[in-house]
Design a binder for this molecule. Structure first.
Ligand code: PEP
Ligand code: MN
Length: 364
């Protein structure tokens, strides 16, 4: 990851500090009425004059009978936002007709929704409709945890001659039940960042959280992971919002959120810091080497066990033994202060691999 050297903080008139290079995309989930759009924009412009103003105009809804957005008329409300409050508008485009409607109004930013990124045919059509335009395209991750689809969509926009393509991490739909609405799967984004280091990643903390109670912790984590911006759904009366009510916050709460956030640098120019960090990193490397030696030894033993079972015609899966291993290590881990969910996931992975190794051995 390319780190930011330092973060000069722009001190806004009312004391809210935002790093000047942080991309800020704020505004309601959906444009509902002209008054709602202008009121939200007025507050945002006052405190965050650099912000991009977001609002969904065509809403991709799972079920019929829910609010589907105000449609094309709402684009004109957003043009008023630009004229009155000098915020650049941004909306979701999902069809070439949507693209045509926003280009006609001089929009400089659009985002591609999670339900569109999953569809390469549609992405290709949108890339074609936007080709060689100056528009900045923010590509949300696909609904399902598939890095290839996300990277593929970005490549299609790039190949269409669009220079400014950015990524938005909005979380993934998984079968695990979690407190958050969409599982962040941070490790996937870390992989994305190392495979496409030139693409800035923005965190859509609203859709990951799904509940305004979690916005702060998700935002702080994103900042500490060197994300280049935040997307935050903002509504003058969040509880009455026609879509995503639980996760939206008022402009006032947006200010409080920023006042609470800590902006840390990617690095500092300080030789004491460097030598301390390098010393600790060397010890982490040594610990990793020990883990790897342990894993190699474990695999050799698993192979011997597999061979032994094979000779005696005994099945691979021994449920009782597996439960004992898991319990023992979860207890060991907990005694050393490790999170038991983490230990469980780790051992499930090891067990899966041990079954794979034995299955391969049995089939020889
Ligand atoms: C949204 O930003 O309101 C939205 C619908 O997003 P997503 O495509 O991430 O669900
Ligand atoms: Mn939304």
């Amino acid at each position: 990851m390319i780190g930011m050297e330092s973060k000069p903080l722009a001190d806004l008139s009312d004391g809210i500090k935002v790093p000047s290079e942080l991309i800020q995309i704020f505004g309601p989930c959906s444009a509902e009425t002209k008054e709602q759009v202008l009121e939200t924009a007025q507050h945002i412009a006052k405190h965050f004059p650099q912000a991009i103003f977001r609002a969904g105009v065509w809403k991709p809804r799972t079920r019929l009978g829910t609010f589907e957005g105000a449609g094309e008329q709402a684009l004109d409300w957003m043009v008023e936002v630009r004229e009155q409050f000098l915020l650049e508008p941004c909306t979701e485009v999902a069809t070439p007709q949507h693209v045509e409607a926003v280009l006609k109004r001089g929009f400089k930013n659009v985002w591609i929704g999670a339900r569109t990124t999953v569809n390469p045919f549609l992405v290709q059509e949108l890339a074609h409709a936007l080709q060689h335009s100056e528009v900045r395209v923010f590509v949300k991750n696909p609904i399902n945890p598939d890095l290839g689809l996300w990277m593929g969509a970005i490549e299609r926009f790039k190949a269409a001659g669009i220079d400014h393509v950015l990524a938005i991490h909005r979380g993934f739909q998984t079968f695990e039940t979690e407190a958050y609405r969409y599982s962040p799967r941070w490790e996937l984004v870390i992989e994305f960042m190392s495979r496409m280091p030139e693409i800035p990643v923005i965190c859509d903390i609203s859709h990951i959280s799904g509940d305004r109670r979690f916005l702060f912790e998700v935002a702080q984590k994103a900042l500490d992971m060197d994300y280049r911006g935040l997307m935050i759904e903002t509504h003058p009366n969040p509880d009455a919002a026609l879509s995503d009510a639980k996760q939206q916050i008022s402009p006032l709460d947006l200010c409080s959120l920023f006042n609470a956030l800590v902006f840390r640098s990617a690095t500092v120019k300080n030789s004491d810091f460097d030598s301390e960090l390098n010393g600790l990193r060397a010890r982490v490397d040594a610990a990793d080497d020990m883990i790897m030696q342990g894993l190699i030894l474990r695999q050799r033993l698993i192979e011997q066990i597999g061979q032994h079972k094979k000779v005696h015609h005994v099945q691979i899966l021994q449920l009782k033994r597996w439960e004992q291993i898991l319990l023992r290590q979860m207890e060991n881990g907990a005694n050393g202060g490790l999170d038991t969910t983490f230990v469980k996931r780790l051992y499930e992975l090891l067990h899966e691999e041990s079954i794979r190794v034995q299955t391969e051995l049995f089939s020889k």
